[in-house]
Ligand binder design. Sequence first.
Ligand SMILES: [Zn+2]
Length: 410
Amino acid sequence: MTATTLFYIIIAIIIVNFIIDKILDALNAKHFNDAIPNELKDVYDDAEYKKSQAYKLTNYKFGVWSSTFSIALTLAFICFGGFEYVDVLARRFSDNSIVIALVFFGIIMFGSDILSTPFSYYKTFVIEERFGFNKTTIKTFILDKVKGLLMMAVIGGGILALIIYIFQLTQQHFWLYAWAIITIFSVFMNMFYAKLIVPLFNKQTPLEESSLRHKISEYAQSVGFNLEKIFVIDGSKRSTKANAYFSGFGNEKRVTLYDTLINDLEEEEIVAVLAHEVGHYKRKHIIYNLVASVLLTGLTLYVLSIFITNPLLSNALGVSTHSFHVGLVAFGLLYAPISEITGLVMNWLSRKFEYQADDYAKNTYKAQPLITALKKLNKNSLSNLTPHKAYVFVHYSHPTLLQRMRNLNL
Ligand SMILES: [Zn+2]
């Protein structure tokens, strides 16, 4: 194997990945105008259906433009020695390999963020605005960007620095320690995400005493579930789209409802959505997901440890001095096909879990309000009611509305 061969493999992986993605998008787009199945006829009226068609098409075209721009830029960066340039630049700051790595990733992350900002600006303030979803102000948009970058610098930079430090001490055994650190960090984040990270971006208030709160408590008691922490989050600060999610475990478990969800749904429907979330907890999906991601991380780090010391990795990207950070980039690009496959498995598992959570809601509460809730949520986000099978298989973490309805009606 030579560096040139490896270079072509990396380029081929990026291009093939892009082509597969575009084929899936096009397949899906071909079915935008399919007849809506009878069971879903009541989701949209004619005007809303037309609007949803336009929304799908607009997003599809936007996706083609933005992903083409992104791949062109990535390929140009690799082919014209971008990594070598940034690596040499980073080495001017220090002789310390941790500092070099931090500067290197800092430049690349910041640069790609700047370049992608016009696209996210357009998505939020042109597309989402045109279809009536956007509630984000320019100020929120900028603050989100700044906070996101700072968070990545602190957390991402911290973990990277720690891992390189361990690599220097333990060489090929570093993966075991890195695995332990990332695992501890993931569990910690799972527990305290709502307390530490969410408040940086949103306001959360406990759901006040009300008939809704009463209905929720009544349901929770009926299934022997201790649900003290129910929070309402100000999702309406950014978008009209609604959501609800479960996070943490043990004493830290909590349910978060978007204020938009409370506005859009009837009380019984909200309890049904909550019953679905309780189902995820009761069927241990949160634990399974955490275990699966810990195992996948272990596998990735182990494979990384085999290759990371090989200078071919850096040379393939046109970088003459081999280092952990450039090796990491090359490894990430080469590992993409494997992470695509594990992504498929995780999505498949996630769809299984959704059915189980729906079944739990059906068996411990009612199916009907969950069905009407799902219909409203799909309608209010102008979602695609006729996605292509292959697209669903690759990209959907939830079954389609039709599939969930059929399962709930069983
Ligand atoms: Zn779910």
